[in-house]
Design a protein around this ligand. Structure first.
Ligand SMILES: [Zn+2]
Length: 400
């Protein structure tokens, strides 16, 4: 179940409409009644309406039979042909917007639930997936300092230059004899010292097989998750641990989402891209939501409580001279301008890797410099509401 409750009430009678079934109602030839904007699960900020005292005024619109009286949140909507519209002021973290229609076929009701990102500001995060080689390298070389690792030294330089924070999503094993249990805990002090900008998170058990969680049980996913989380706590400490914001390949069963929320997951990033006619790297969300996410910053899955974020750039897949041209149009689109979800993969930094990219560090520098120069501030997506403050009074919905 994903979209919204659609409730018909009173006498739908002879039209043959099955009570509560929107598709049947449409198929029967009855006049449609629905809220089109905002989208159910939309996350709205000041770019989507106008700030009023203590709230955000947004426009609600939809379609209804031309002769019907439509109420939105208890007030008459404006009618123009088959469309209706009304202003609604959001004052809470979440708001359910209800529209009712009293027409010839009885009383109809449609609802959408939206989130007000009240304390939003332009922000970015940087996530690096598929990490394992740098930890194996630290283990093999037994460096005196973590930052004798060229990889962590590179991340630290980017942090010092721009203030960037990194979510480093790791595997349990490189599948060649190394796993996290072998990694010394003698770097704990250094992990702690950089924990304000460098967090470690579960990503998968190993790089292979591909799509490891696309169709496995929640129990298997959570077992792998816990194994990595335990090791991060052991070798780095709790302050360096973060819940994951990307699961390997961005694919899980829907039934895994609540268990992930219960493990502290609040945001998950994906591509929500259509490849060969079907959406992919989309956590198996349906086409309507995937299409929406393909052109919006984020969307809330109320069933689990998790907010999905669209990755804005994959640095290993974007040539250096295309970094700025990829980000520029996003910053001009109100639906995609607020949160820049920057992203890449570890393996492309390593010369022994078949698809090594020599200018990979420069690509990160270019992306991070661009967002910095355009006023975006670094955040972790797992903190607050996608990195923006959420006062405790505004408690996000917990899954039921
Ligand atoms: Zn991955």
């Amino acid at each position: 179940m994903r979209r919204r409750d659609f409730l018909g009430s009173a006498a739908l009678g002879t039209a043959g409409i099955v009570w509560g079934d929107r598709l049947t109602a449409l198929a029967s030839g009855a006049s449609p009644f629905r809220i089109n904007e905002p989208f159910d699960g939309a996350v709205l900020n000041r770019r989507h309406g106008k700030a009023v005292d203590g709230g955000l005024a947004i426009l609600v619109s939809g379609v209804a039979p031309a002769d019907a009286r439509v109420m939105v949140c208890g007030r008459d909507a404006e009618r123009q042909g088959e469309t209706f519209s009304a202003e609604v002021v959001l004052r809470e973290y979440e708001t359910t917007i209800t529209a009712t229609c009293a027409g010839g076929s009885g009383r109809l009701e449609d609802r959408v639930r939206v989130v007000w990102d009240r304390h939003s500001f332009p922000r970015y995060r940087f996530s690096i997936d598929d990490n394992s080689f740098f930890l194996r390298d630290i283990h093999q070389k037994q460096y005196r300092s973590l930052f004798d690792s060229f990889y962590l030294a590179m991340l630290r330089k980017l942090h010092r230059d721009y203030g960037v924070k990194f979510s480093v999503n790791i595997y349990y094993t490189t599948a060649d004899g190394f796993d996290l249990t072998q990694l010394s805990d003698r770097y704990k002090g250094e992990w702690r010292d950089c924990a304000d900008w460098l967090k470690l998170a579960f990503h998968a058990h190993a790089d292979k097989p591909d799509r490891p969680y696309e169709d496995v049980s929640p129990e298997k996913l959570i077992a792998d998750f816990d194994q990595v989380a335990e090791q991060i706590h052991r070798f780095a400490g709790a302050q360096s641990y973060a819940p994951p914001t990307v699961i390997h390949w961005g694919m899980t069963r829907q039934e895994s989402l609540k268990p992930l929320f219960e493990r502290g997951v609040r945001a998950l990033s994906g591509y929500f891209v259509k490849w060969s006619g079907r959406y992919d790297v989309n956590y198996r969300l349906d086409d309507t939501v995937s299409e929406y996410l393909s052109r919006h910053d984020c969307w809330k899955h109320f069933d689990s409580g998790i907010v999905f974020s669209r990755v804005d750039i994959v640095c290993n897949g974007t040539p250096l001279d295309q970094i700025a041209p990829t980000l520029e149009p996003l910053a001009k689109d109100p639906n995609q301008a607020e949160i820049m979800d920057l992203f890449t993969h570890e393996q492309y930094f390593w010369p022994f890797y078949a698809n090594y990219i020599a200018d990979h560090p420069q690509r990160l520098d270019a992306a991070i410099r661009w967002v910095t120069e355009h006023g975006y501030r670094p955040v972790f997506l797992h903190e607050g509401f996608l990195g923006a403050p959420t006062p405790s009074i505004e408690t996000p919905t917990r899954p039921g």
